[in-house]
Ligand binder design. Structure first.
Ligand code: ATP
Ligand code: MG
Length: 522
């Protein structure tokens, strides 16, 4: 509570004013700055120009009564509620009651007024006034906090929540900046001794050139942690809410710290809700994709199986019915049809199962050190057996491939798919080139054919399951190969791109890091 109060004595009797002044200045608990007025008119003038904390008002003034003065005071100071202690004569209780009804805080009888009685009355009114102002301030603050929290909790979008929070708190505390720093979930600052990966959301002045590290270490900042309720108590908090003021020294008040704490609790709830929503939406999206994939499987299976099944059935029943009358060559031809078609159906099932594992995030991924040259020479010799002599294979390997780690099964899927495409989609033959280029930390592989190429408008979708270009004509295929290839490449932390001109050929490039550490385990 402040120690100096401004007090106005309105009394036409100079001696009385002097007495009151003397009494009040003797008060050991408070210091008063005292103004005096000898008439209501002068008193009103002073009130308008120099707002004071308390008025000592003589009821009998030469120019108007105390009651009239109160009315005028409310009018001229636009209803401001300066507390008033009325000084009445002995036996004027009725007047005093009237004055109390008009909102006067207390009344004192002038005759035999003692210093301690006056001091106590003034002190009480001032104390009351102080408590009232404090109460109003607290209520106003509570109202602002409630409105602010409502705004913060209105959104379910994490960025919006954080920006609303820093903006609202900065306006409420009127400081230079308010910042929410999100600690990175990947780096443990205690282990690395770094906080460089802090993600900050802030509102306020552009002039503070603060670095993330300085934010957390600055003792002049007011800072509270944001801890999510599902976090282990020992783990580091989700982030920090920080109030920063650098234009001049600022003593933070305890109620300002309370505001930050309250906002941090509410922020934690809002963050958790937003994160939950994002997770649910992602799960829903995944579910939708899975459903679409499943219905596509049913369509493909029923469509793709009908033709080979019909061929198998026809060949098998011919063999069964007329087997005895057919020569060996014809029998072999029918058996070959059965074998070919059954293989095709089996590959389709295999591809769909592989794709399904990817869709469910259940693909096994285990890397081992690999000698790429050896790996490719085996793969190429396998593929070479599948092609006619219309094709020429050219394999070139340059650079340093040492130190490459990969999953052998998945790499096989990648390159056998790309090679079989290059062969299949160049039915007239031509060169098929494989290039393997070893770099410092990655390996680049490209495969180029001189086949039918891909129309530009079809290129964008080809990595989606079941997607085929419009120029495939009768060339068989289900459109799963490239989707599987892309998924395998991504598991290795690499990327795949395609460059193609219709009727000129296609070049597919795969870049793989030599070593890849997977972030999330499946
Ligand atoms: P499969 O699942 O048996 O591999 P597919 O070959 O049709 O069937 P993808 O390997 O995914 O499926 O290829 C998708 C489509 O991309 C093909 O249908 C074809 O239209 C086009 N494509 C892929 N590679 C080539 C290429 N080298 N030349 C021309 N078109 C290609
Ligand atoms: Mg293919």
């Amino acid at each position: 509570m402040p120690n100096a109060w401004k007090l106005l004595i309105i009394d036409d009797c100079a001696t009385d004013r002097k007495i009151y002044r003397r009494f009040l200045l003797k008060d050991p608990h408070h210091y008063y700055q005292i103004l005096e007025a000898d008439s209501a008119e002068v008193g009103l003038g002073l009130c308008q120009n120099m707002p004071c904390d308390l008025i000592l008002l003589d009821f009998c003034l030469p120019d108007m009564s105390g009651i009239e003065f109160l009315d005028q005071l409310r009018q001229k100071t636009f209803g401001s509620s300066v507390p008033v202690i009325m000084l009445t004569g002995h036996g004027d209780e009725e007047v005093a009651v009237q004055a109390m009804k008009k909102g006067v805080q207390d009344y004192l009888v002038k005759q035999h007024l003692k210093p301690d009685v006056l001091q106590l009355a003034v002190r009480n009114v001032i104390k009351q006034l102080y408590l009232q102002t404090q109460l109003q301030k607290t209520q106003e603050r509570q109202r602002l906090i409630a409105t602010m929290l409502l705004r913060i909790r209105q959104s379910l979008d994490l960025e919006e929540i954080l920006y609303t929070a820093v903006r609202e708190v900065q306006q409420l505390l009127k400081c230079d900046r308010v910042i929410v720093c999100q600690s990175s979930p990947e780096t443990d600052s205690e282990q690395t001794g770094q906080n460089n990966s802090l993600l900050c959301y802030w509102a306020g002045s552009d002039d503070c050139n603060l670095k993330p590290l300085e934010l957390l270490d600055n003792k002049a900042n007011l800072m509270v942690p944001i801890t999510l309720s599902d976090q282990q108590p020992v783990s580091k908090p989700w982030g920090f809410l920080i109030a920063h003021h650098c234009t001049k020294k600022r003593e933070w008040q305890s109620d300002e710290l309370e505001i930050l704490c309250e906002v941090s609790v509410q922020l934690a709830i809002a963050i958790q809700q937003a994160e939950l929503l994002t997770k649910t939406q992602a799960a829903l999206e995944k579910e939708k994709q899975l459903n679409a994939f499943k219905s596509q499987i049913i369509t493909t299976v029923s469509h793709e199986y009908r033709t080979p099944l019909a061929s198998i059935l026809a060949a098998a029943s011919t063999l069964k019915q007329y087997g005895d009358h057919l020569d060996e060559l014809k029998k072999q031809k029918f058996l070959h049809i059965i074998e070919q078609k059954a293989r095709h159906m089996s590959k389709l099932i295999d591809d769909m199962l592989v794709m399904n594992q990817f869709e469910l995030n259940k693909t096994k991924f285990k890397t081992i050190p690999l000698d790429l040259e050896q790996f490719f020479s085996i793969l190429i010799s396998e593929q070479q057996q599948l092609v006619s002599d219309r094709h020429d294979f050219i394999f070139q390997s340059t650079g340093n491939h040492k130190g490459f780690w990969g999953d052998q099964g998945l790499l096989r899927l990648i390159f056998s798919n790309l090679m079989s495409n290059a062969i299949k989609y160049s039915p007239k033959g031509g060169n098929i080139e494989f290039h393997l280029i070893g770099k410092e930390s990655e390996v680049i592989f490209f495969i180029q054919d001189q086949g039918i190429g891909i129309p530009i408008e079809d290129q964008i979708n080809l990595f989606q399951p079941f997607s085929r270009a419009s120029n495939v004509d009768t060339l068989p295929g289900t459109g799963l190969g490239l989707a599987i290839t892309k998924a395998c490449v991504e598991l290795h932390g690499g990327n795949i791109s395609l460059d193609s001109q219709p009727d000129q050929g296609t070049k597919v490039t795969v870049c793989l890091p030599k070593q890849h550490i997977q972030k999330s385990s499946h």
